[in-house]
Design a protein around this ligand. Structure first.
Ligand code: SF4
Ligand code: SF4
Length: 344
């Protein structure tokens, strides 16, 4: 763990202001009952640093939903014309997504220049969760509701401000650049941080009990043993094939390339794709190994709970609960996991 400092509430907007010289700064704001990332422009927006993860997954800042990846047959990728992003208020369940995204886009023998650029240049300011909403189940996947890796700085909400922890050289450099904003944290502030962390952890544990969510120690082999189970058909019955569950997921990473032409130029674009969509696996000649919706639901679970644990020794789910909130068919990953574990 790095050194801890305190950033007072009164200095927070000033800090964002300073960051905005070098970065496009995004932070969560509340709209209705949800939190959304918003670009920082001035002090009029009220940042929601604590609470829980925003609606959008962190991956949207690293692998854009729609991106120009080639233009006019040039071997050079198109220039990135915006400042790097400073993303403030990133939660532990989003940070775990990097274990999957990094593997796919940079540590797998293939290097995606856009993703790598964003990973190198963007700044991540994490934040502890200060409560749990009904859909939070990170602890079932071995994650605490506060970041412990993959951030540059981390903010823990305490009375009067934030305990700031440095997590990287980039973060350390920022603390050194603005010494008037960051003072050494007092014992009482560090205690308040630990008390809040324990309280939030208890709230997520309550969720696990309430929704009877199985924990990851029970996941080994559940897909193989349930491969021919009726559970897939029963659970997929209401699915409308919208792809929301994969688009919103911090670990899902599939994309689709297509060409576009107008009077002036040719361009190749990359857009997010979804393995829940029928044509995703269709091959030339029209054959499709996953014609039925339940096969695609099974495939989605197989990737998360069988493929990635075998290849990377990590479940490709962070317990963020976004797919539960987003699914119009009310398909609940916790319920499916519970059934798979019980039936294994
Ligand atoms: S599968 Fe659902 S709960 Fe798990 S990380 Fe993806 S969106 Fe979050
Ligand atoms: S969000 Fe729900 S309805 Fe949409 S594809 Fe996923 S499981 Fe199906």
């Amino acid at each position: 763990m790095g050194k801890s400092f305190i950033l007072k509430d009164a200095d927070f907007t000033g800090f964002l202001d300073k960051l905005s010289f070098d970065f496009d700064v995004f932070f969560p704001v509340k709209n209705g009952s949800q939190r959304f990332f918003k670009k920082f422009v001035n002090a009029n927006d009220h940042p929601v640093v604590g609470e829980v993860r925003p609606f959008e997954p962190l991956k949207a800042f690293f692998s854009r939903a729609r991106e120009f990846v080639a233009e006019n047959f040039s071997a050079e990728p198109p220039k990135i014309n915006h400042k790097p992003y400073a993303i403030v208020g990133v939660k532990a369940c989003d940070l775990k997504g990097f274990q999957i995204q990094d593997f796919v886009f940079k540590n797998n023998g293939l290097e995606d220049p856009f993703y790598i650029h964003n990973r190198e240049k963007n700044l991540i300011i994490g934040a502890d969760c200060t409560c749990a909403i009904d859909t939070c189940f990170c602890i079932a996947l071995g994650i605490k509701p506060y970041p412990h890796r993959d951030f540059d700085l981390n903010l823990s909400t305490v009375p009067g401000g934030y305990v700031v922890e440095e997590g990287s050289e980039k973060g350390k450099a920022l603390l050194e650049k603005y010494p008037s904003l960051f003072k050494n944290a007092a014992e009482s502030e560090l205690r308040a941080k630990e008390e809040q962390r324990a309280k939030t952890t208890r709230a997520v544990e309550e969720n696990l009990k309430k929704f009877q969510v199985p924990t990851e120690d029970k996941f080994q082999g559940i897909i193989e043993r349930n491969f021919a189970s009726k559970i897939w058909e029963e659970e997929a019955k209401t699915c409308v094939e919208c792809g929301a569950c994969t688009n919103i997921c911090p670990t899902c990473h599939c994309f689709f390339l297509y060409d576009q032409k107008d009077d002036k130029k040719m361009a190749r674009l990359r857009v997010w794709d979804s393995c829940m969509i029928k044509d995703y696996a269709r091959v030339a000649g029209g054959a499709n190994p996953r014609k039925r919706l339940w096969m695609r639901l099974r495939n989605r679970f197989e990737k998360k709970f069988d493929f990635f644990p075998k290849v990377l020794k990590v479940y490709a789910c962070t317990g963020c609960g976004r797919c539960i909130s987003a699914c119009p068919a009310k398909i609940d990953i916790r319920k499916v996991l519970k059934r798979l574990v019980a039936n294994a």
